[in-house]
Design a protein around this ligand. Structure first.
Ligand SMILES: [Zn+2]
Ligand SMILES: [Zn+2]
Length: 341
């Protein structure tokens, strides 16, 4: 069954990239371009244009900056508060630019703020041998490792320098925006401390990448923490979100269209990962490398543009099975092999 047929998309208008659509006087939907197959991000302005709170910013790219500059002048937007859901470049890229332009503090979670500064600091640095060992163990080819080395530090190039100070927001905090209280709900697994914003009074959830209508968010393992188990964090966060928001909440996601059916979608996401885990476990009757399990986990073709993401996501599933005691890992001649126990 296609799960998306059970979701409702009650807003017919979708703003074009670089423009804004006002859902009502106090809620404005901005779309900005992304230079990838996922070609847009949704950003949210809450409150009147001259007293707005902005949630997420878009990537630090010239066309996004100029689209924002045009939109700000055309709609007479004045930003009084800036909130970022998590540290990915499409969400946080222009945060430093907004902080300077409007002299507002950046509000976000502590872990994601620190993690973002850490990753941005890699730009121009050498590639640590731990990272090369990690991808070699996973079974990447020499050409793919070379490709990784060439792209190392790219993260910092699509993020404006972050401000040196920020305001921490955390799970359970209530933030006052345009006369309503918005509750911060933490999610883990996509990043370490992703924040969703929920208004009970308005029955709205700004979900960032924690809950998306069509695509499943990336949940991956990275070289800095090779034995991490972000998938169990992610599954637990999805289950928790079901408890925090009602089924009829209007979800305002970072990618795709606003939708109704939060619980259905969260259950579909949980089931999707659990099914992948079962299929993967069955596939491991003989030892396999991380790169050998791609066909079990991904329908899309894995090429030069997405093999790092696919590798991280495969290891996330494998580490989850290891932690559940279902799979073992053995290193042989520098390559990790996984097998059902
Ligand atoms: Zn993200
Ligand atoms: Zn995103």
């Amino acid at each position: 069954m296609n799960p998306d047929t059970r979701l409702e998309f009650p807003i017919d208008t979708v703003p074009k990239n670089g423009t804004m659509y006002s859902i009502n006087d106090e809620l404005h939907w901005v779309r900005m371009p992304l230079p990838m197959s996922l070609n847009h991000i949704n950003l949210w302005l809450i409150g009147s244009n001259d007293q707005a709170t902005l949630v997420d910013t878009g990537m630090f790219l010239d066309d996004v900056k100029s689209a924002w500059t045009d939109l700000i002048s055309k709609e007479k937007i004045d930003i009084k508060k800036l909130i970022v859901t998590h540290m990915h470049p499409d969400h946080i890229g222009l945060a430093g630019w907004f902080v300077k332009k409007f002299n507002v503090p950046l509000c976000m979670s502590r872990t994601d703020y620190l993690q973002c500064r850490l990753l941005a600091a890699d730009t121009g640095e050498y590639v640590p041998h731990e990272a090369i060992d990690f991808y070699t163990q996973a079974g990447l080819s020499e050409k793919q490792i070379k490709n990784y080395i060439e792209r190392f530090g790219f993260f910092g190039s699509i993020i404006h320098k972050l401000p040196d100070a920020y305001n921490r927001i955390k799970h359970g905090d209530m933030i006052s925006i345009a006369g309503d209280e918005w509750q911060c709900i933490e999610g883990r697994g996509h990043t370490m401390e992703h924040i969703c914003l929920f208004s009970k009074a308005k029955n709205l959830l700004i979900s960032g990448d924690q809950l998306l209508p069509k695509i499943t968010s990336h949940v991956g393992v990275f070289p800095t923490e090779p034995n991490a188990n972000p998938l169990d964090d992610w599954l637990e966060s999805c289950k928790r979100l079901i408890d925090f928001v009602p089924e009829d909440v209007l979800v305002l996601p970072a990618h795709g269209r606003p939708f109704l059916g939060a619980h259905k979608r969260l259950k579909t996401i949980i089931n999707h990962h659990e099914e992948s885990l079962s299929k993967l476990e069955e596939f491991l009757t003989t030892p396999k490398r991380s790169v050998d399990v791609f066909p079990v986990l991904f329908k899309r073709e894995i090429d030069d543009s997405n093999f790092l993401m696919a590798t991280g996501e495969s290891i996330a599933h494998l580490n989850c099975l290891i932690e559940r005691g279902l799979v073992s890992r053995n290193i042989s001649e520098g390559i990790a092999f996984y097998e059902r126990v």
